[in-house]
Design a protein around this ligand. Structure first.
Ligand SMILES: Nc1nc2c(ncn2[C@@H]2O[C@H](COP(=O)(O)OP(=O)(O)O)[C@@H](O)[C@H]2O)c(=O)[nH]1
Ligand SMILES: [Mg+2]
Length: 242
């Protein structure tokens, strides 16, 4: 079985992340709770990290959303072919004197390209889920058929402890029907109705409560602070005062 490896795209201080997006301020003066931290081997010794991973089908906007969240182009994006073939991460160093600890945000290769790759990826995903404190599972608002997503979801989240780690993100709400022709981005009343219906349907299909689903538009920067607050809510139990 292939071992989980992660290539680190950038390493920064958490304060640099907070400077880009204030909603990450929950990371200031904190450090990972050592008893629950995930341990990664680095060149200069082990690190105790708090780990968030993003998974979902290719083209759903995982890399774009993560880039917008962290305020820089860390992950490669592509509109025709998915291009993330290995786990990649952005690492933010906690300010603590007690050894190395990072807040790590990782982008995983997307499923739905080729069945033979999917098998390999599902194995990788399962290993990554074991190490993650939070899994952001991506869907797209302009998608009607979620059968591949549901199949992968049920393969990946079998136990209740795995399911407790997930939040669903419905990306690209700017594309929800009926399409809005306004130049500036604003959801029309009709789009808000479609979105509410979609949230109810997704919640029922995936058996995930609505308060763990966030609808965003990475391109329009819509609800990205809401997503960051949701991330904070999930991670705070795994952090302690530094
Ligand atoms: N309309 C719209 N397009 C998006 C949004 N987010 C990403 N995209 C586009 O979807 C395509 C795939 O995005 P990417 O981040 O590479 O998807 P990934 O394969 O899931 O990492 C790119 O062309 C993005 O510009 C969004 O919120 N709205
Ligand atoms: Mg990608």
């Amino acid at each position: 079985m292939s071992r989980l490896r992660c290539s680190v795209n950038v390493t920064r201080d958490v304060l640099e992340l907070v400077h880009k997006r204030k909603a990450f301020a929950f990371l200031i003066d904190r450090q990972p709770l050592l008893s629950t931290a995930s341990i990664w081997q680095r060149d200069n010794g082990d690190s105790h990290d708090v780990q968030v991973i993003a998974i979902g089908k290719t083209g759903y906007g995982k890399s774009t959303t993560l880039n917008q969240l962290v305020g820089e182009e860390v992950f490669e994006t592509n509109d025709i072919h998915g291009c993330t073939r290995a786990m990649q991460s952005a690492e933010y160093r906690f300010q603590t004197a007690k050894g190395q600890c990072y807040f790590s945000l990782a982008d995983l290769p997307g499923i739905g390209e080729k069945p033979e790759l999917d098998k390999q990826y599902i194995t990788l995903y399962r290993q990554a889920i074991q190490k993650a404190h939070l899994v952001i599972y991506f869907l797209r608002a302009d998608q009607r058929d979620y059968s591949i997503d549901l199949l992968a979801f049920s393969e990946l989240f079998k136990t209740s402890s795995e399911r407790r780690k997930v939040i669903l993100v419905i990306n690209a709400v700017d594309k929800i029907e009926p399409l809005n022709r306004c130049l500036s981005f604003e959801l029309s009343w009709e789009q808000v109705q479609s979105l509410e219906l979609k949230l109810t349907q997704v919640s029922a299909k995936f058996d995930v409560p609505e308060d763990r689903i966030v609808a965003v538009s990475a391109i329009e920067q819509f609800n990205l602070d809401k997503l960051t607050h949701k991330i904070a809510e999930h991670l705070l139990p795994f952090l302690q005062i530094a």
